[in-house]
Design a protein around this ligand. Structure first.
Ligand code: CMP
Length: 145
């Protein structure tokens, strides 16, 4: 079923954006919105609020604010699961053993510096796309594609 998801290229993999776009293209996932931005501390806390009590939370926020990220809205058949499959396991060491061609195996370093993020449900996709591409029109050019 055609659906959208949020793909986030983390600071450690922004230099690999070309490779990631090729991977998306090969998987028939269409990039319908894209934005490069540097998250503030409070934006990163908001984005990952569900993880705020986890032991890795401050490292995660530190890393996610360490440089620009690239956010993309993807459209495609089963895009939520498809993008997470392309990402591979959260830990790049596991990805390297179990999913060698995955984005995290190819470009990730460790549990925090793991190259990318993908929404894990329809509800998360709706929230996360809205986070990076708010539908409420502000001043300036419209952000609707
Ligand atoms: P992401 O898909 O962005 O969602 C939460 C992030 O927390 C995850 O990818 C990892 O980057 C990070 N993280 C760090 N350590 C862990 C861990 N032990 N379990 C889950 N996520 C972790």
């Amino acid at each position: 079923k055609e659906e959208r998801t949020l793909a986030l290229v983390k600071p450690d993999a922004v230099s690999k954006l070309g490779d990631i776009l090729e991977t998306l293209h090969a998987a028939n996932l269409i990039v319908t919105k894209a934005k490069m931005t540097k998250l503030t501390w409070s934006q990163a806390v908001d984005f990952y609020v569900e993880h705020q009590s986890k032991p890795f939370f401050s490292n995660l926020v530190q890393f996610m604010t360490s440089g620009p990220v690239v956010a993309m809205e993807l459209m495609g058949d089963g895009s939520i699961a498809a993008w997470r499959r392309l990402l591979g396991p959260t830990d790049p060491a596991v990805a390297g053993r179990e999913a060698r061609d995955s984005v995290r195996a190819r470009f990730g370093t460790d549990g925090v510096q793991n190259a990318g993020h993908g929404s894990d449900s329809l509800a998360a996709a709706a929230r996360e796309v809205e986070f990076f591409f708010p539908s409420t029109a502000g001043p300036g050019p419209s952000n609707t594609a």
